[in-house]
Design a protein. Structure first.
Length: 116
């Protein structure tokens, strides 16, 4: 079992920045891929960014060049640095991981609102 707890969401003006954190606990040694997903009101949940245990990264086209995902394996924490935020980035952001046993775990989410 893996537990994921997100933090760092909030209200920010367009063009601003936020850093999300996701603290992992439990059988963390089994985690392979970690990622951030988001779900805007009335829309489906979508993958924003992901990072493998080895450090390979993936970004959705909509966030390339603005968001940076990073993973601190020593502290079992995943980050998402979000810069140049736009109103369309408004969503609940979820942390997700997939283990070596193909189990998937989700956090409960943190709300990001980009508005003036």
């Amino acid at each position: 079992q893996v537990q994921l707890v997100e933090s760092g969401g909030g209200l920010v003006q367009p063009g601003g920045s936020l850093r999300l954190s996701c603290a992992a606990s439990g059988t963390i040694f089994s985690i392979n891929v970690m990622g951030w997903h988001r779900q805007a009101p009335g829309k489906e949940r979508e993958l924003v960014a992901a990072v493998s245990r080895g450090g390979s990264t993936y970004y959705a086209d909509s966030v390339k060049g603005r968001f940076t995902i990073s993973r601190d394996n020593a502290n079992n924490t995943l980050y998402l640095q979000m810069n140049s935020l736009k109103p369309e980035d408004t969503a609940v952001y979820y942390c997700k991981c997939r283990t070596a046993y193909d189990m998937e775990y989700w956090g409960k989410g943190t709300l990001v609102t980009v508005s003036s």
